[in-house]
Design a protein around this ligand. Structure first.
Ligand SMILES: Nc1ncnc2c1ncn2[C@@H]1O[C@H](COP(=O)(O)OP(=O)(O)OP(=O)(O)O)[C@@H](O)[C@H]1O
Ligand SMILES: C[C@H](N)[C@H](N)CCCCCC(=O)O
Ligand SMILES: [Mg+2]
Length: 237
């Protein structure tokens, strides 16, 4: 098995959409160790709806849309990082963090510490919007200081060539491409009734976290804009 970690400079920057494209491209299995906040869909449900690939059950599935440590505390739970080792799967595992790197899991450790413990290669997702140079360079520094193997930066949003180039120059990091904004992702490929497929994946729940359709628009955009070869090399595929 090989694993790749998707993190980002902040929350709501497109890690889940990028993870869905990556999961589809690698025929991988997706895992969200800690989901804090359950609005319309969880990240696992979004990834499976957009990629057509299975998601493992979350390590912690928490209601409050907040930092994981606060969501956990609101439910009287303490996140135990020892329960969050990367699960073994056949093929590739894509694991997505929550928010940015310095997000606490409990009162002692940050997501960054867990990623360092995992030792798997990390893709840093970054916006192209104003403010991203600072956020991305700080995130790269944090990843390297923690000893993480950074595969590169994947940008999300409208093209900002000069900004993207500046980040890669100062950050001495590979540019893994830029996923543009894609219309209609919210209502695309609602998971069909899967009948006998349900239960075929370990711990899988019923509903949209089971594989079915996928977003061809996302799959095409990912293939066109993202440097999959560099990512594959990083996980020795
Ligand atoms: N490439 C894209 N095209 C269109 N919409 C996008 C794209 N990337 C992200 N979005 C939209 O932006 C919002 C935030 O994206 P996403 O859920 O992927 O963020 P995130 O970084 O995973 O957040 P979290 O920290 O909560 O996991 C969503 O509504 C998503 O559909
Ligand atoms: C609620 C949100 N969508 C994510 N699940 C959690 C983001 C945590 C961010 C914490 C912070 O940096 O302040
Ligand atoms: Mg997400």
């Amino acid at each position: 098995m090989s694993a790749i970690v998707v993190t980002g400079t902040d929350t709501e920057i497109g890690k889940t959409v990028f993870s869905a494209g990556l999961t589809a491209a690698l025929n991988a299995t997706y895992w969200k160790p800690v989901q804090s906040g359950q609005e319309e869909e969880t990240d696992s449900q979004i990834v499976t709806r957009l990629s057509g690939r299975p998601s493992l059950p979350e390590g912690y599935l928490l209601q409050l849309p907040a930092s994981p440590h606060l969501s956990a505390e609101a439910e009287g739970v303490t996140i135990d990082p020892d329960t969050l080792d990367l699960p073994q799967v056949d093929g590739v595992l894509v694991a997505e963090g929550a928010g940015g790197l310095m997000v606490p899991l409990n009162r002692e450790i940050l997501y960054l510490d867990l990623m360092a413990r995992w030792g798997a290669p990390v893709i840093l997702c970054a916006r192209t919007k104003l403010g991203t140079i600072n956020h991305t360079l700080l995130s790269l520094q944090a990843l390297r200081n923690a000893g993480c193997n950074v595969v590169g930066v994947a940008f999300i949003g409208e093209s900002e060539e000069a900004v993207e180039k500046t980040i890669c120059q100062f950050g001495k990091v590979a540019h893994l491409g830029r996923l543009p904004m894609i219309n209609g992702l919210h209502n695309e490929t609602a998971a069909p009734d899967l009948g006998e497929v349900q239960g075929a994946f370990p711990g899988g729940r019923s509903g949209a976290d089971q594989p079915g359709g996928r977003s061809e628009a996302l799959v095409e955009a990912f293939a066109k804009h993202i440097d999959l070869d560099t990512i594959k090399k990083a996980i020795q595929l």
